[in-house]
Design a protein around this ligand. Structure first.
Ligand code: GLU
Length: 467
């Protein structure tokens, strides 16, 4: 088997959406799995709708997902000469021809065909006129009038299209610009693409593209058309179902690995396995298990997977992702031992990185604003003695370890007769400003001795000021 070459050809008229990301992922995984090549191509010939910002947004989202490309990005708008060379070749070999029919003539032909109960289409008038190229000529592909064009598809099986329903369609406009289907085929051919996985909304283009391959005397690639992603109401996924762009999911605190794990399961399966690490996916991905029926996007499932991926990573791996979200909260941190310690205390309790960042704020911000309810319940004058004792004892410790912190607590319990909670609750409010936090010891350790002592003393001062 030749080297597998796949591609992702987004049209840059918006962000990278969930469906596009899934298509990119399938092609990328297949290339990785087979040690093949993955090509990125920007289909920007619709110049009115294509924007630089979209290109940037799409590339950034692919990078964030960890979907890298071996070649490209190519831009179709820089390749008109290549398309035209192929069009000229098709005219020279008699597979295409110039046509000077005006739009109103073509409309009349369509209406006439309709009136006779036939498909409304161009009637082939210029097919054998051998017209030369002129300012007002388009180029049309000579398509067969009878028989079928068979689309062999590794996902959907075979679909036969009646050739009678495909007219001699235009492959180059009169202004010399190649049409979409022609550009796609010439690109796929010249880029050596031999495997095309795409959404089944493109299936209607495939017979036309096959006819172009034939006219160019080229072998067909392997096609696989995957069903669209649906919303919970079984309608095609769209904005009204919630966030559509990959960038939004990044902002909502999803990990790229969770995202690709979720996306791949929207249309591909490996037994009943749900959780996949990236390397695991590359090893197991295949075309045989791409599903024929549409999958529904389920945000709760994505969140559950995200929580699992957060738990399965090391704090170091999560560090840079968390920094992005801390930064959104105005905290500029480093992926250092401190941040990794912080992550360790929050990893098991965070479903998203946004949740984690919010829960981490108190570690970084020394100017705690005490939650009013928490303060009036726990930061009471009678706790000052206990808290001062705790601060002094922690200051005097030879080593700042969990074992030693436990001894400090034990000692205070013995000296004051207070239960564990009566010590831990006020300290928690002193340290975090609230009553919710990771376990007291792991939190104190992650925060570090100096900050711990400072915050306890600050709380004592706060209580004394209020008294
Ligand atoms: N540019 C098309 C799109 O963004 C993809 C075309 C193809 O995969 O052949 O939907």
């Amino acid at each position: 088997m030749d080297t597998i070459v796949t591609r992702f050809p987004p049209s840059p008229s918006g962000y990278l959406h969930i469906g596009g990301a899934r298509t990119a992922l399938f092609n990328w995984l297949y290339a990785k799995k087979t040690k093949g090549k993955f090509v990125l191509r920007i289909e920007d010939t619709d110049e009115a709708r294509s924007t630089e910002e979209s290109v940037t947004a799409i590339l950034e989202s692919l990078e964030w997902l960890g979907i890298d490309w071996d070649e490209g990005p190519y831009f179709q708008t820089q390749r008109y000469d290549i398309y035209n060379k192929h069009i000229e070749q098709m005219v020279a070999t008699g597979h295409a021809y110039y046509c000077d029919c005006t739009p109103s003539e073509v409309t009349a032909m369509r209406e006439q065909a309709k009136a006779c109960g036939k498909n409304p289409q161009y009637n082939g008038k210029c097919r054998n006129r051998n017209l030369p190229k002129a300012d007002n000529t388009v180029v049309r592909l000579k398509t067969p009038d009878t028989g079928v064009t068979l689309v062999e598809d590794v996902v959907k099986g075979n679909t036969a299209f009646q050739n009678a329903e495909i007219d001699d369609f235009i492959i180059q406009r009169s202004n010399g610009v190649a049409m979409y289907n022609l550009a796609v085929v010439v690109d796929d051919l010249t880029m050596g693409i031999n495997t095309i996985i795409r959404g089944d909304d493109h299936l209607v283009n495939t017979p036309k593209q096959i006819l172009i391959y034939r006219a160019l005397g080229a072998d067909l690639p392997v096609f696989g058309h995957v069903p669209m992603v649906l919303g919970a109401d079984k309608a095609r996924l769209s904005k009204r179902h919630g966030a559509m762009s990959v960038g939004e999911y990044q902002k909502m605190g999803f990990l790229p690995d969770a995202m690709i794990n979720y996306l791949v399961r929207l249309g591909w399966s490996h037994g009943d396995q749900e959780f996949f690490e990236r390397a695991d996916l590359i090893e197991k991905f295949d075309l045989e298990h791409l599903g024929r029926s549409a999958s529904m996007f389920d945000a709760d499932k994505l969140i559950a997977l995200n929580a699992k991926h957060i738990q399965s990573k090391s704090p170091g791996e999560l560090g840079n992702h968390l920094l992005f979200h801390l930064s959104a909260l105005g905290i500029e941190a480093q992926n250092d031992a401190f941040t990794q310690g912080v992550i360790q205390t929050l990893q098991a309790r965070s479903k998203t990185l946004v949740e984690m960042a919010q829960a981490a704020v108190f570690y970084y911000s020394d100017f705690i604003v005490y939650d009013e309810k928490a303060a009036s319940k726990f930061l009471l004058p009678e706790t000052c003695g206990m808290m001062t004792q705790a601060a002094n004892a922690i200051e005097a410790l030879s080593d700042y370890t969990q074992e030693n912190l436990e001894i400090v607590f034990q000692q205070i319990m013995e000296d004051t007769g207070l239960g564990f909670g009566k010590i831990a609750h006020p300290l928690r409010v002193a340290i975090t400003g609230t009553t919710v936090s990771p376990g007291i010891f792991e939190m104190l350790l992650a925060l570090g001795r100096e900050k711990t002592i400072l915050r306890i003393r600050k709380a004592v001062a706060f209580i004394q000021e209020r008294a």
